[in-house]
Design a protein around this ligand. Structure first.
Ligand code: DP6
Length: 362
């Protein structure tokens, strides 16, 4: 089935009853970064990420019969409170989704959502938020049509990607690749695909070190936009294609040294691209630079296989393996963190989204 042409069932009878569905879906950390887009939310280069196990969004969507002739009325509740700013982004997205899910023309929606990671931790939540919402929409399609959606997760990834590019990678657990590349058969710009990796990499952990919990100075969308006229864009795309190829090989053979080299190269490249765009911007804090230098020193000093990566912000993801957990966590608290020793999230390789009974309402 071509996902691009997927269209849900036109309802034969009016909807008479409200239906609720709920999913939790993880955040993910990109190892090869998506940076720059084209067309309708398509990536300029392939990207590869690991889904997390602790940082999740939980979302419940209740579809109620629409009893008026106006457009879809949306009530969007984030952590127990209305959130008009994010609600507006979701409303625009839902309008676009009517092409895929005709039932959306017959309902009003209540969306209740909450994150398992702390409010304003500076962790991007659009990946987990849009993947949880996409999974709910796919399940509602099944409920209203009375038939299973073929390629459920493929469709969920496609829909999530239209909301936020990186969200397309969060509908699967483990390692996921998004974007067409000759290095992987079945890869596609429209949706992400799950990857098989060497069992070593299922033991990866991610300590998210919260350097700065404030709002980012430049949004991801602003950064993607600046890649359109970036003087290094062509070289960057070539580099990402090569990094994907090498990382796929490393992930399947269990080559940790190459994994570390590519992951850090991608993190520094992402921030270098920000600094060299027009206008340039810096999302690392001085503390970010101090800690990443220290991670490299500690890796050499203790011979622990670990590395850093960054998303589009000042926080650091310290990747390491389960067998070194005790030693690394001690180093985080006793060496890396200078002030608040609680300022990190203990996350790890995650197994992916799940259907849930939604409980968190505030
Ligand atoms: C640096 O997916 O947040 O985290 O598609 O505009 O919503 P939109 O962007 P978004 O960009 C993520 C950028 C990144 C790298 C990555 O996750 O691959």
């Amino acid at each position: 089935m071509s996902i691009e042409g997927f269209r849900g069932t036109e309802l034969k009878a009016p909807i008479t009853q409200a239906i609720s569905v709920a999913w939790k879906s993880p955040s993910n950390i990109a190892l090869v970064k998506y940076w720059g887009k084209k067309g309708r939310q398509l990536p300029v280069n392939p990207s590869l990420s690991m889904s997390l196990g602790v940082a999740f969004t939980e979302t419940r969507v209740t579809a109620k019969p629409r009893l008026h002739s106006g457009p879809l009325a949306l009530e969007f509740i984030f952590e127990g409170l209305p959130n008009p700013a994010f609600g507006e982004r979701i409303s625009g997205f839902l309008l676009e989704m009517e092409q895929i899910f005709p039932f959306l023309k017959e309902v009003d929606l209540l969306i209740e959502t909450s994150n398992t990671f702390p409010h304003s931790s500076g962790i991007a939540s659009s990946a987990s938020a849009f993947s949880a919402l996409a999974l709910c929409l796919c399940e509602l399609e099944e409920e209203f049509s009375g038939t299973p959606v073929p390629d459920f997760y493929k469709l969920a990834s496609y829909v999530a990607r239209l909301g936020s590019g990186s969200a397309g990678r969060s509908v699967y657990g483990g390692f996921t690749l998004w974007g067409k590349t000759d290095a992987l058969q079945g890869s596609d710009d429209e949706y992400a695909v799950p990857l098989n990796v060497h069992p070593k990499f299922q033991e990866l952990r991610d300590a998210i070190i919260l350097v700065n919990k404030g709002k980012k100075k430049v949004s991801s969308s602003g950064g993607h936009k600046r890649m359109e006229s970036h003087p290094f864009a062509a070289a960057r795309i070539q580099q990402a294609v090569q990094n994907i190829q090498n990382l796929l090989n490393a992930l399947s053979s269990g080559d940790i040294d190459t994994f570390i080299k590519i992951t850090e190269n991608e993190a520094l490249t992402l921030h270098a691209l920000m600094m060299t765009s027009d206008p340039g911007f810096i999302l690392m804090d001085p503390e970010t630079v101090r800690i990443i230098n220290r991670i490299v020193e500690l890796r050499d000093e203790y011979a622990i296989p670990m590395c850093f990566t960054l998303d589009a912000g000042p926080n650091i993801h310290l990747l390491y393996f389960e067998k070194d957990r005790e030693q690394v966590q001690q180093l985080i608290v006793e060496d890396l963190l200078k002030k608040d020793k609680q300022n990190w999230i203990d996350d790890a390789f995650g197994t992916g989204p799940e259907r849930i009974l939604f409980t968190h309402q505030d």
